[in-house]
Design a protein around this ligand. Structure first.
Ligand code: HGY
Ligand code: MN
Ligand code: MN
Length: 413
């Protein structure tokens, strides 16, 4: 990569500032949940990073932060990502898109680019749904894909609602047509969460599509009782139908050719010598075809009911979120590919099974994504990693496509 010395120094500086925030020194993983102390630090970092650049910062009605180069207004070229993480997350998923956005702006300004339209860097709140359960909450609220009353009632694992903990006026939450009307195009850079680029020997890729995906809450209600005195035939143990659901969904995933994960479980009261009163589990299911995902979940739900009724366990299944398949804007993608090609970067076009705010915005504005090579493919883990040289190449690629979009007088896509 021929990233400038300034970009390299800027990357090192910004990365070093973010590194300690929300990091578990024991595992090296990050816990950066929305509207927590770690998030407040990250949001302050965002403001400070924008302010030293003379960029005006705004917080929209849903708590997303915007840093503006130029006067906020319609036709803006918008880039960015998120600063929150999954529990035990990596350093790159989210922050890389925001750090490279600031570096791209630095580079364009240093090169004397005079934009024909405003540019904004956005930090979307609660992208992972790590705290309140619904991924891309900030962008979903903005486009009206989540009802504000429903969002405000979401609870974290301590039982606190979003309404109680949110850092903006809860009465303002909801669709934000004014914020959306200013976006001419949105381009999000993200670490790849697989190994497709590595296999192709490419540092940078462009997204074609996002798989349809959703989250379901399975509640298994039994009867808490003593582990030493309750006869097996008298038990209503929710752990058993839960365990059947976990193994059955894996079989369904293989049969339907989809991906399913049960990665979050809550056992109440969670005592070694107590039969649980209740088990709550969350299913994440994704696939290339929505119909197959939906069919598998239907089948799993009937299986859960059958497994529960045989054991005196109540079953309740609720879909918490659903994101249909996203095909990113073809015109915008072609522009990105042309601009990258002119800069000597050949970028493979690839779909992904990971969700992004760009996927939510894609229903209302022209949207595209750049991916940065992930040599191991690992993500949502402390092991998530990208080489510095690929991150710098990402910043360069982002600058290239933003410049192309900023210099055009007509609408970006
Ligand atoms: O869960 C996801 O797909 C994303 O990384 N937010
Ligand atoms: Mn993620
Ligand atoms: Mn992400």
């Amino acid at each position: 990569v021929i990233a400038s010395a300034a970009t390299r120094a800027g990357f090192d500086a910004l990365w070093a500032e973010l590194s300690p925030v929300g990091r578990d020194p024991r595992t090296g993983g990050y816990r950066r949940f929305a509207w927590t102390r770690a998030d407040a630090e990250l949001r302050e970092w965002f403001v400070a990073t924008a302010t030293v650049r003379g960029m005006q910062v705004e917080v929209d009605r849903n708590g997303n932060q915007w840093a503006w180069w130029g006067t906020p207004g319609p036709g803006a070229v918008v880039t960015g990502s998120h600063l929150d993480s999954v529990p035990g997350g990596g350093a790159f998923d989210g922050p890389l898109g925001i750090v490279t956005a600031f570096l791209a702006v630095d580079h364009l300004r240093a090169s004397g680019v005079v934009p024909a339209r405003p540019l904004a860097i956005v930090n979307f709140i609660e992208e992972e749904g790590g705290r309140y359960g619904i991924a891309c909450l900030g962008s979903r609220l903005m486009v009206g894909a989540v009802d504000p009353a429903t969002a405000l009632a979401l609870r974290d694992d301590n039982g606190d609602t979003l309404g109680d903990t949110i850092g903006v006026d809860p009465r303002g939450l909801g669709p934000d047509p004014e914020a959306l009307a200013r976006i001419g195009a949105y381009v999000e850079l993200h670490i790849e969460q697989g190994r497709a680029l590595d296999r192709e020997g490419a540092g940078i890729g462009v997204a074609s599509a996002i798989w349809p995906h959703g989250r379901w809450h399975f509640c298994f209600g039994g009867e808490g009782n003593h582990a030493g005195t309750t006869r097996l035939e008298d038990r209503r143990d929710p752990m058993l139908p839960f365990a059947e659901v976990v193994t059955h969904v894996r079989a369904l995933a293989e049969r339907y050719g989809i991906l399913t994960t049960v990665g979050r479980v809550r056992v109440d009261p969670n005592g070694t010598n107590a039969i649980p009163a209740q088990v709550d589990a969350w299913l994440d299911a994704r696939g290339a075809e929505a119909a197959l995902v939906e069919e598998a979940v239907r089948e799993l739900t009937s299986h859960a009911h059958a497994a529960g009724s045989g054991r005196g366990v109540r079953i309740d299944v609720q879909r918490e979120s659903w994101t249909p398949a996203v095909d990113f804007d073809a015109t915008l993608r072609s522009r990105l590919l042309l601009a990258l090609d002119a800069a000597g970067t050949s970028a493979p076009v690839l779909p992904t099974g990971a969700g992004h705010d760009a996927g939510i915005l894609a229903s209302v504005v022209p949207t595209s994504m750049l991916f940065v090579r992930n040599p191991t493919g690992v993500s949502h883990s402390p092991e998530e990693y990208a080489d510095d040289s690929d991150c710098l190449a990402g910043a360069d690629a982002l600058a290239t496509v933003l410049e192309d979009l900023l210099l055009r007088a007509e609408a970006p896509a």
